[in-house]
Ligand binder design. Sequence first.
Ligand SMILES: C[S@@+](CC[C@H](N)C(=O)[O-])C[C@H]1O[C@@H](n2cnc3c(N)ncnc32)[C@H](O)[C@@H]1O
Length: 402
Amino acid sequence: MFSYMRLDVCWLTHLMVYLAVFQLIKRESQSVSSEKQRENGGNMNSKSDHCETVLQETSSSDSNDIKILQDYIHGFVASKVLFTACELGIFEILAESMTPLTSKCVAEHIGASINRTTCLLNACVALKFLEKDCQNEEVCYKNTELSRLYLTKTSCKSMLRTMIHYSNEVFPAFMLLKDCVRQGVPLCRLTSESKGNDCFKHMYRSEESILQFMQFMDSSTFLFGKEESISTFDLSCFKTICDLGGCTGRLAKTCGSLYPESSIIVYDLPKIIQVACEHFTGGDSKISFQQGNFFEDPIPDADLFILSHILHDWDDEMCLKLLKKVYMACNPGGGILIIDAVLNEAEEGPAIIHLQNVVMQMICDGKERTATEFKTLLVTAGFKDIQFSTKGIITNGILARK
Ligand SMILES: C[S@@+](CC[C@H](N)C(=O)[O-])C[C@H]1O[C@@H](n2cnc3c(N)ncnc32)[C@H](O)[C@@H]1O
């Protein structure tokens, strides 16, 4: 009984305090707003008048801003339309057909509803992935040059695998962006069981996910312009080249064709080397494979080390550990070629690299870096004569010497 009474008294006291504070805030805001009205020459007769004035004043610039926001609001819808059209094989079906196809015909091919397929196809037309063509008074659809080149499986420039990886791995991960930001950890460590795991343990959780990631990496070589970053520099003086974390060996093949005098070692985790040899290598005699963990196991000696999209997977401490190890294994007069995106010094752009940075922070402990941050890492590890190239599409080449 006594404790109930105490609870009631407490509750009443709290209520009174809240009411008092509420009155205070109300009075405060009333006096601030009348102060503002006085400052504005008494023009703001009411709240709605004020809104009307603001609307009239800014209507022309509003439409621009709203358009930008509308584009961002629907950004993920555009991505998902693209991913879904890829997953349903729409670009493939249209590429294989001798003539443009009606939406009914496409829907039959993919076993889907005609209405929804038409809606998806029309969105693809609006996004310039498809074109409409009238055949015998029927609306038909065909691929644009863009989708023929980049979204069909058989094209040598195909990015289909990138779309599939983003759809299956990256898109679902972004449902948890808020949690990753709040807790300051990547997705693979959001659950306490996976504490201490690196992102590759998570990414390589099954044979299927390994193959999917490797196919994505293979096609991203083209997407990110990694090959351009290699061809910018004259690397002919380096006779032994080690591509650390070389994955499928795609970049090694480019190196091999650019520098036929050089021999190239692709170094990666055992599982990856195994899959690379089974599914990706084209029997190039100048390329050999070595398996190991570049943090824990020995790495081969070489004249040049290539680290393509490696440093952005790790924090500064891990990057320094790896760079120091590379420095020790690098032959005298040798060098290191880093291929990664570079943020501008003020860290205000390019926007696409900031978005990429969010992806990196979501899926691993890495980050995109500025030129100064790369220089600091390289100099601390012992490297000198640092040169930057900006030839890649969204990646840069950074060459430094021992
Ligand atoms: C983002 S991918 C880059 C692949 C390739 N260099 C490219 O640019 O396409 C990172 C690569 O590093 C490899 N990797 C990650 N941790 C590693 C480790 N501890 N030892 C060796 N390789 C590792 C991964 O298996 C993967 O192939």
